[in-house]
Write a protein that binds this ligand. Structure first.
Ligand code: PGA
Length: 252
């Protein structure tokens, strides 16, 4: 059985105090949740403080990006060792905003994923097509390109530790989520790709999250789909009540 994983991607929101307030309130709201893996991904500047707040709870910490080199003259970058030192168990890589605005490519996503796995941090690798690509009937091709090339060369063991987030770009922050059928269709396709790239065990074992305008009122139907194993939540993760409702509505 794949354990449902709900991650909150706070993006470039929440200063230090706001982050601690949100984490404290989630800690209260979500105490006692056992069947769902919960991950908070605050900005770098809040990671350490949020780690302190959620210490000893079931909530885990994730970063939004990383760099693959261990240390050195890479101004502005944050290493995986640094992320580990503040308690990160997960790290998002290849988010569409990074692909779109910061020159992230499948190659750099692949380097980051491999470096994370080497250090024992689990990558959440984002894939997904843009609106014009969906309109041109290219959604499957784009997703295949992202999956095959972002995950190239990962061992079977590493692949099983990796989470894939299918995030159609047209659904991110737009209020227009993929329908449950659209999500299931792509998730099933990704699982098929994993079977071709690895085997049935990997295909059945890897968790695939959906992301893009997930809200408390649409998570139930999305999570009801056989191949949807959780959600990567942006906007609705910035408020304690909406994120905790999403978590509570996510039981399979
Ligand atoms: P959204 O963002 O929930 O605000 O659409 C999702 C994401 O970008 O991870």
């Amino acid at each position: 059985m794949r354990k449902v994983i709900i991650a909150g991607n706070w993006k470039m929101n929440k200063n230090l105090q706001e982050s601690m307030d949100l984490a404290n309130s989630l800690k209260k709201e979500l105490s006692g949740v056992k069947d769902i893996e919960m991950v908070l991904c605050p900005p770098f500047t809040s990671l350490g403080a949020v780690a302190e707040v959620i210490k000893g709870t079931g909530i885990k910490l994730g970063a939004q990006d990383c760099y693959w080199e261990k240390e050195g003259a890479f101004t502005g970058e944050v290493s995986i060792g640094m992320l580990k030192s503040v308690g990160c168990a997960y790290c998002i890589v290849g988010h569409s905003e990074r692909r779109q605005f910061f020159g992230e490519t499948n190659l750099t996503v692949n380097k980051k994923a491999k470096a994370l796995l080497k250090e024992g941090v689990m990558p959440i690798v984002c894939v997904g097509e843009k609106l014009e690509e969906r309109k041109a009937d290219k959604a499957f091709d784009v997703v295949k390109d992202h999956v095959v090339n972002s995950l190239a060369g990962l061992s079977k063991e590493d692949m099983l530790k990796t989470v894939i987030a299918y995030e159609p770009v047209w659904a991110i922050g737009t209020g227009v989520n993929a329908t449950k059928e659209q999500a299931q269709e792509i998730h099933k396709y990704i699982r098929g790709l994993l079977k071709e790239m690895y085997d049935a065990q990997v295909a059945e074992g890897v968790r695939i999250q959906y992301g893009g305008s997930v809200k408390p009122d649409n998570i139930k139907e999305l999570i009801s789909q056989g191949d949807v194993d959780g959600a990567l939540v942006g906007g609705a993760s910035l408020k304690s009540d909406s994120f905790s409702q999403i978590v509570r509505n996510s039981s399979k």
